[in-house]
Design a protein around this ligand. Structure first.
Ligand code: 1GP
Length: 221
């Protein structure tokens, strides 16, 4: 099991906080957010973490965020959005624009399941969150067996999800990694979700309770 911090370019972190995150037990950082993310704040944020020897991903929620000096990109395909723009549309537009200079080896597509209907990302993508565990498992199989995606991400941003769903979905995947993110507000929550997910992602807790956020990374020890 691995642990990543999701760092929002639109939110403020002091230099000592960045230092503490870099020195924490986390396995890596995802730079990304839903609101107010611009090329400028994404670049500023990414550069503060660039010296790390941990994993460092730039999550592209829109194409203006492409930074030429970034190394590893995550491209979220929101599989349960009815709007194909959030699945492949905006990225095919980007390929048209940037081809033939697209560093495909540095890009990981991520099959996203947006599951908290109250989250901004759910509203933006109009994700269908009224899903049974069998529906989510079918998306997981689609992600692994049909689309061959390296990562399937259960995204509950802002709310702790259903651990029995995480376990059920994990049982359907063999090669595709299962990432879980959303609502982890304590070490206890982190352990709870880490039992079944290959990766847990801690976001808002960084800005709400910094010392507890750091402690969630200690579960990797
Ligand atoms: C967001 O899943 C992550 O993509 C983290 O969610 O901010 O609720 O921790 P939280």
């Amino acid at each position: 099991m691995r642990h990543f911090f999701k760092v929002d370019p639109a939110k403020v972190l002091s230099d000592p906080e960045v230092e503490a995150l870099l020195n924490s037990d986390t396995d890596g950082f995802i730079i990304g957010g839903t609101d107010h993310v611009t090329a400028e704040n994404a670049a500023f944020c990414y550069e503060r973490f660039m010296g790390t020897d941990k994993a460092l991903f730039l999550e592209l929620s829109h194409t203006q965020m492409v930074l030429p000096f970034a190394d590893q990109f995550l491209v979220p395909l929101v599989l349960n959005s009815p709007d194909s723009n959030f699945i492949v549309g905006q990225f095919s537009e980007a390929l048209k624009r940037f081809s033939p200079h697209v560093p495909f080896k540095q890009i990981q597509p991520v099959g996203y399941m947006v599951l908290n209907g109250e989250a901004k990302v759910a509203q933006l993508t109009k994700a269908n969150v009224a899903l049974l565990k069998e529906d989510v498992a079918a998306y997981a199989e689609l992600a692994e067996r049909f689309l061959h995606l390296p990562v399937f991400y259960l995204e509950y941003s802002g709310k702790l999800g259903d651990a029995s769903l995480v376990r059920y979905v994990k049982g359907k995947l063999q090669e595709t990694e299962l990432w879980y993110g959303g609502g982890i507000r304590s070490v206890r929550d982190a352990r709870f979700m880490a039992e079944f997910a290959d990766v847990i992602v801690v976001g808002n807790l960084i800005y709400e309770n910094f010392s507890e956020a750091l402690k969630t990374a200690e579960i990797t020890r």
